[in-house]
Ligand binder design. Structure first.
Ligand code: ADP
Length: 431
């Protein structure tokens, strides 16, 4: 059913893909997110598909190869325009991968010009004069300069992108964006005539992004964070509508698994416990000692499941996490806990859970893989950046009726997220 596919998106990480999908749904598109490049054709109606890759920090050549494979699949589904989605903090390694992937997509699409803007004002990421701000400070003062994998030490996006590409990088600055789509289109024509191939675009508000929308319609390729998406569905005649977020009615049992140790998640775990619902902490040291923590957790959960959501968590305060990491090693502790939580998630679904909240970005990746999820339809937003999704029934998924799942990255969500999520699913469902 590829006839209706308007926007084909390639996202360089997993929760970022969901963030983009969420913005597209809110602007009126029906969206499916796939985990990696699907082996077969899309078999459901969608206005946009977001192919979620894990290509942000892998070697540039591999990121290019995976992105091109995603492009070919999206083209085969009939995608009319391509959107390469990266992080709103423009996370890059010294080799890329934003520049090399953009170049390769431009070559494959036969286009000589594209834009680049990570602006996402809803999340306090703004671009002015080509400089990226996170909150009130420049990118390189925001903490991102200390990121373990992609330290961002230069807030000037023209310099950052120019270092990653042989093509010329230019700027569409705010004075142009403020004058509206016609001015932006004229500026694009002028930059093109000068031989500029990629333009950083300023945007400091959603109004700027909405003004940019019409000027983006003629470009075969867009590259951006998730913000630029809010102005695109209108180019295809789509307006925000509640039906874009329709998911099948929820059924089955409810559970939360959490492997996130972020501040927001710690507050959410505490809130859930204080609400009197059943919660079980799992201890990484017992996993390391060879105890079958997964079997224990599933046995604990079984009698509680019939009466409402249960929570199983490894979430801990920073000093406890440090202590565990000191004993087990950072990566080993992380991988061990992720695997255990993913096994627990699979066991819960096999025991009838069909509404699952997962907290933690890496934890989400592990759970989605363990559950064998290949595609998800994106539904209503619970909190900014976090929608309910519905994993379509699939041979590998141990839930024949499909699974409602939400993937909450660490610092998203209000303190009552773990109980609110289930209430909001009931409210949002079509009668
Ligand atoms: P967030 O989105 O909050 O960053 P992630 O799931 O991406 O959450 O990352 C949390 C990491 O911490 C995962 O690798 C997880 O396995 C690990 N982890 C979870 N609980 C503990 C713990 N108690 N001690 C040590 N590591 C933990």
């Amino acid at each position: 059913m590829s006839g209706s596919l308007k926007l084909g998106c390639i996202a360089d990480d997993f929760t970022g893909a969901t963030d983009l999908a969420n913005n597209l749904v809110r602007a009126g598109m029906r969206v499916v997110q796939t985990i990696g490049v699907p082996p077969a054709a899309l078999d459901t109606e969608a206005d946009a598909v977001v192919v979620a890759l894990k290509s942000r920090t892998i070697p540039a050549a591999e990121a290019v190869a995976q992105s091109l494979e995603a492009l070919r699949w999206l083209q085969a589904q009939g995608a009319q325009q391509i959107y390469f989605k990266y992080c709103s903090t423009f996370d890059s390694t010294p080799q890329g991968n934003i520049g090399p992937v953009t170049e390769a997509l431009m070559d494959a699409l036969g286009t000589d010009f594209t834009v680049a803007t990570p602006a996402f004002p809803d999340n306090k990421r703004t671009v002015f004069k080509g400089y990226l701000f996170a909150g009130d400070v420049l990118l390189n003062e925001s903490g991102m300069q200390n990121h373990p994998l992609t330290p961002m030490t230069d807030p000037n996006l023209m310099r950052v992108l120019q270092a990653q590409t042989r093509r010329r990088v230019g700027l569409i600055d705010h004075s142009v964006v403020a004058r509206g789509p016609q001015a932006v289109s004229e500026r694009i024509a002028a930059l093109r005539a000068e031989g500029v191939a990629m333009a950083i675009v300023d945007a400091v508000s959603n109004d700027d992004l909405l003004r940019l929308g019409p000027a983006m319609a003629a470009l075969p390729l867009l590259t951006a964070g998730s913000g630029l998406a809010i102005g695109l569905p209108a180019n295809f005649g789509l307006a925000p509508s509640s039906t874009a977020a329709d998911l099948p009615a929820p059924r089955g049992l409810q559970a939360v698994v959490s492997g996130s140790c972020s501040a927001a998640t710690n507050a959410q775990v505490l809130n859930f416990i204080q609400s009197g619902r059943p919660a079980l902490a799992i201890d990484p040291l017992r996993i390391a000692a060879g105890v079958d923590v997964c079997a224990e957790a599933l046995a604990w959960a079984q009698p509680h499941l019939a009466s409402g959501p249960v929570l199983i968590y490894s979430t801990a305060e920073p000093r406890d996490v440090k202590a565990i990491q000191g004993q087990l090693g950072v990566e080993q502790a992380g991988a061990m806990v992720e695997r255990t939580i993913a096994d627990i998630a699979r066991g819960l679904v096999a025991r009838g859970v069909q509404q699952l909240v997962v907290a933690g970005g890496e934890t989400s990746g592990a759970c989605v893989q363990a559950l064998g999820i290949a595609q998800m339809r994106i539904g209503p937003q619970i909190d900014p950046g976090v929608p309910w999704c519905h994993a379509l029934p699939d041979a590998a998924l141990p839930a024949p009726g499909g699974l409602h799942i939400t993937l909450k990255s660490g610092n998203f969500g209000t303190p009552d997220f773990f109980t609110k999520a289930f209430r909001s699913l009931v409210t949002a469902s079509p009668a």
